[in-house]
Design a protein around this ligand. Structure first.
Ligand SMILES: *[C@@H]1O[C@H](CO)[C@@H](O)[C@H](O)[C@H]1NC(C)=O
Ligand SMILES: *[C@@H]1O[C@H](CO)[C@@H](O)[C@H](O)[C@H]1NC(C)=O
Ligand SMILES: *[C@@H]1O[C@H](CO)[C@@H](O)[C@H](O)[C@H]1NC(C)=O
Ligand SMILES: *[C@@H]1O[C@H](CO)[C@@H](O)[C@H](O)[C@H]1NC(C)=O
Ligand SMILES: *[C@@H]1O[C@H](CO)[C@@H](O)[C@H](O)[C@H]1NC(C)=O
Length: 397
C-alpha cells in the first residue's frame, strides 16, 4: 500500500473512533457513569416537605427529618439479583402506595432505589456526586459476609464508601429494614391447637437434613462433619440434596413423609455471622412444623428472633454425641417433644411480637417507611457496616 492510502485508512479509523465515542456519549443515560467517565444532566428536584434539624451528628446519622409527601412512590430495583430475571420482586408489583419498577429511566422519580449486593459492582451506577438528596439508596443483602467475601463483590464494595448508601436492608436485625427469610409468619398461629395435634400425629421419623453446598465454605465443611458425628452417635438422619446426589429422590417425597420428620437440621454454611439464619430455620424448620436443630448463628442471636421454645441449639450441647442422646430421648418421650409446639398454641407476648416483626415483606416495610417522615442518614462505609463488626469465625476462610 502507498503511503497516501495508509493515511486515508488511518484518518478513517480515527474518525469512526470519534463517532463511536460521541454516539456512546449521546446514548448513555444521563445519570450513568460510563467506563469511569461521568456523564450527567441534573434532574429537576422534586419539591418535598422537610423538617430540618441542623443538629448534625457524626458519621451521617443526622437528625434532619425528611418528609416526602407523595400520593405514590416508585421503588426502583436497580438490577435483578445476580442479574437473573426471575429473582427479586415482580416488575410492576403493587404495594398499595408504592410500585416496584426495574426501569432505570425512572431513577429521577423513584423515592428509593434498591441495590442488591450483586449489582453493586458495576460502573453503570448513579453516582454519589449527583444525588437527589431526598432519594434513598438502599443496600440489600440476604447473603452472609462469609459468602460474599469470597466473591468479586467484596473487592468492589469499598468503591461505594463515602455515603453512597442511605439505608440497609438485610437479615440483620439492626438493618434499617429488617427482613428475615420468614415470609408468611401470619399463618403460624392458624388453627393453633388442632393444627398442632395434626402435626404431631404425623410424626414417625427422626431427622431430616437437606443440603446442596457441601464443601464451598469453611462453615459447610464444619456442619458436614457435625452431622456425620451425630450419625456416628446413633442418630438416624435422612440426608438429601446435591451433596448426596439424590435431589430427584427428595423432590419425589410425599407430604406425608416430609411431615413425618420430628427434627430438621437447620445448619447454616457460616458460623457466628450476626443474625444469619435462613429459610433452613424459618421455612424448612418452623413453618414446616419440624423442630429446628440449629448450627451456625449464636444462640443469643436466635433468641432475639425466634419464638422462645421453638428450637434446639447445638451450642447447648458439649458434643454431637450428647445432642444425639437428647434427640433420641425426645423421640421416645412425646410429652417432652410436644413442648416445642407450645408457643404455637399459647403464644406469649414476646412470641406475638416476634411474629409481628416478620409480618411485612421487605419492600412493604420500605413503602411504609417512605410514607412517614424519616431522618436523613447515610452509611459512611457499607463494607465496614457489613464486615467490620463480624466475628473471626464468620470471616475465616
Ligand atoms: C434536633 O436534634 C437534637 C439532637 O438530636 C435534639 O436534641 C433537638 O431536640 C432536635 N430539635 C428539634 C426541633 O427537633
Ligand atoms: C408532611 O407534609 C405534609 C404535606 O405538607 C403535611 O400534611 C404533614 O403534616 C407533614 N408531616 C409532618 C410530620 O410534619
Ligand atoms: C417423659 O418426660 C416427662 C417430662 O420430663 C417425664 O415426667 C416422664 O416420666 C417421661 N416419660 C418417660 C416414659 O420417660
Ligand atoms: C442520602 O445520602 C446522601 C449522602 O451520600 C445524603 O446527601 C442524602 O441527604 C441522604 N438522603 C437521605 C434521604 O437520607
Ligand atoms: C457489633 O456487634 C455487637 C455484638 O454482636 C453488637 O452488640 C453491636 O451492636 C454491633 N455494633 C454495630 C455497630 O453493629
Amino acid at each position: 500500500m502507498k503511503r497516501g492510502k495508509l493515511w486515508i485508512v488511518f484518518f478513517g479509523l480515527l474518525a469512526s473512533g470519534v463517532l463511536l465515542v460521541v454516539w456512546n456519549y449521546q446514548s448513555a443515560n444521563t445519570w450513568f457513569v460510563r467506563g469511569g467517565t461521568l456523564t450527567f444532566k441534573p434532574w429537576r428536584k422534586e419539591s418535598s416537605n422537610k423538617i430540618i434539624n441542623y443538629t448534625h451528628q457524626k458519621r451521617g446519622f443526622g437528625t434532619e427529618m425528611v418528609n416526602v409527601t407523595k400520593e405514590h412512590h416508585w421503588i426502583l430495583m436497580w438490577r435483578h439479583p445476580w442479574g437473573v430475571q426471575t429473582e427479586g420482586p415482580r416488575d410492576g408489583k403493587d404495594l398499595g402506595k408504592c410500585t416496584i419498577t426495574y426501569d432505570q429511566k425512572r431513577l429521577p422519580e423513584a423515592s428509593a432505589v434498591i441495590f442488591h449486593y450483586s449489582g453493586l459492582d458495576r460502573e453503570t451506577m448513579p453516582w454519589k456526586h449527583y444525588r437527589n438528596p431526598d432519594q434513598l439508596f438502599v443496600y440489600l443483602t440476604m447473603e452472609s459476609p462469609s459468602y460474599i467475601q469470597i466473591g468479586e463483590h467484596r473487592r468492589t464494595m469499598s468503591k461505594f464508601d463515602g455515603g453512597f448508601i442511605n439505608w440497609t436492608m438485610s437479615y440483620r436485625h439492626s438493618s434499617d429494614i429488617f427482613s428475615s427469610y420468614f415470609t408468611s409468619a401470619n399463618t403460624i398461629f392458624e388453627n393453633g391447637k388442632q393444627k398442632v395435634e395434626d402435626l404431631l400425629a404425623k410424626k414417625s421419623r427422626t431427622g431430616l437434613w437437606v443440603v446442596s453446598n457441601c464443601k464451598l465454605l469453611p462453615g459447610s465443611r464444619m456442619r458436614y462433619r457435625y452431622i456425620e458425628d451425630l450419625i456416628q452417635a446413633g442418630l438416624p438422619i435422612d440426608r438429601y440434596g446435591a451433596c448426596f446426589r439424590n435431589k430427584k429422590e427428595f423432590a419425589a417425597l410425599s407430604p406425608e413423609v416430609l411431615h413425618s420428620y420430628r427434627f430438621y437440621f437447620s445448619f447454616e454454611n457460616a458460623l457466628h455471622c450476626e443474625d444469619y439464619m435462613t429459610e433452613k430455620l424459618w421455612i424448612n424448620g418452623i413453618q414446616s412444623g419440624r423442630v429446628p436443630v440449629i448450627w451456625g448463628p449464636l444462640k443469643a442471636d436466635v433468641e432475639k428472633l425466634a419464638p422462645p421454645g421453638s428450637f434446639i441449639h447445638t451450642e447447648d450441647f458439649k458434643s454431637p454425641a450428647e445432642l444425639a442422646q437428647y434427640l433420641l430421648r425426645l423421640e421416645k418421650n412425646e410429652t417432652e417433644y410436644r413442648r416445642f409446639f407450645d408457643w404455637r398454641v399459647n403464644p406469649d407476648e414476646r412470641t406475638k411480637k416476634i411474629v409481628a416483626q416478620h409480618y411485612l415483606i421487605r419492600e412493604e416495610q420500605l413503602c411504609d417507611k417512605l410514607q412517614r417522615p424519616f431522618s436523613r442518614k447515610y452509611v459512611e462505609s457499607i463494607s465496614d457496616w457489613f464486615f467490620g463488626n463480624e466475628t473471626k469465625e464468620c470471616l475465616q476462610n
